[in-house]
Design a protein around this ligand. Structure first.
Ligand code: AMP
Length: 264
């Protein structure tokens, strides 16, 4: 329901085909895919974990905060995400305005690629560039036009990471830091910020992730150990929108049990 290319039910079917046994759906800033995914997971015999990937910020840097099992009707979290989704629209318009100076792209083309999305993001702009025939795929569009350091880049409002960690906890959910060592995407937050997030109630941290080098995996495993955070593995699957294969990085049963034990 955000920037993946499969439907929520389609993700569950793909997970069953990969013979996974537990799978979380973590759309950006929305819970609207949960019911469809949960029904399909139950039909194909998968354990479903409802989740969200909340866009947050820390010292001006983007932090993706995963929330597992938050209450679907938690007013604070819902309001936080509604504001982010709204403000993403104006931000996407501004990116499109800038990109259209140099590439054949219109706002109408972007909205045509995001009709079923609750949360609008740069991947939808990438899709419009691919459809216009000027980029071969999303990855190329990010590398050449849409990356964080590009002159076309515009940030969007997002809550502070520490506030979001506290809100997830208050809403009964289990917060985890998504791909904290993905330094190929831009600057990552310093270790001191992970310490602060842990003090605010962070429970898990992704260690095994495609965008983490071996060095980052070692660093994050050490941080997890020192702070008592649950080390997680995640495929960050986006359907055809990214190269990531479903199940390419896994969370161990022990880590999953520790994550679940932290549920309110
Ligand atoms: P936004 O939320 O609009 O800032 O865009 C971030 C989204 O773009 C995240 O879901 C990323 O997974 C996705 N993204 C970042 N880099 C790439 C890439 N190289 N190829 C495809 N998707 C990407």
């Amino acid at each position: 329901m955000s920037d993946g290319t499969d439907t929520p039910a389609g993700v569950m079917r793909a997970a069953a085909e990969e013979q996974l046994d537990v799978v979380a759906l973590t759309d950006h800033d929305t819970v609207s895919g949960w019911s469809e995914a949960e029904a399909e997971a139950s039909r194909v015999g998968l354990r479903f974990v409802p989740g969200i990937e909340i866009s947050t910020r820390s010292r001006g840097l983007s932090v993706h905060l995963l929330a597992y099992w938050p209450r679907a009707d938690d007013a604070e979290l819902l309001a936080m995400m509604a504001r982010t989704r709204d403000e993403r629209v104006g931000r996407a318009r501004e990116i499109v305005r800038r990109v259209s100076r140099d590439y054949p792209i219109t706002w109408e083309a972007v909205t045509a690629h995001s009709e079923s999305a609750e949360t609008l993001g740069r991947p939808h702009i990438a899709d419009a560039l691919v459809a216009a025939g000027v980029m071969s795929n999303r990855d190329a569009a990010f590398t050449e036009v849409l990356h964080d350091g590009s002159p076309y880049y515009v940030p969007h409002y997002a809550p502070e990471a520490l506030d979001a960690v506290r809100a997830v906890r208050a809403g009964g959910g289990v917060p985890a830091f998504a791909h904290p060592g993905a330094d190929g995407r831009g600057r990552v937050v310093p270790t001191s910020e992970i310490d602060a997030m842990a003090r605010a109630g962070l429970v898990g941290i992704e260690v095994e992730h495609r965008d983490h080098s071996d060095g980052q995996r070692e660093r994050l495993a050490r941080i997890a150990d020192r702070l008592g955070l649950v080390p997680l593995g995640a495929s960050d699957y986006h359907g055809a929108g990214k190269l990531n294969r479903l199940g390419e990085n896994l969370t161990t049963p022990e880590a999953f049990a520790a994550l679940e034990a932290a549920r309110a």
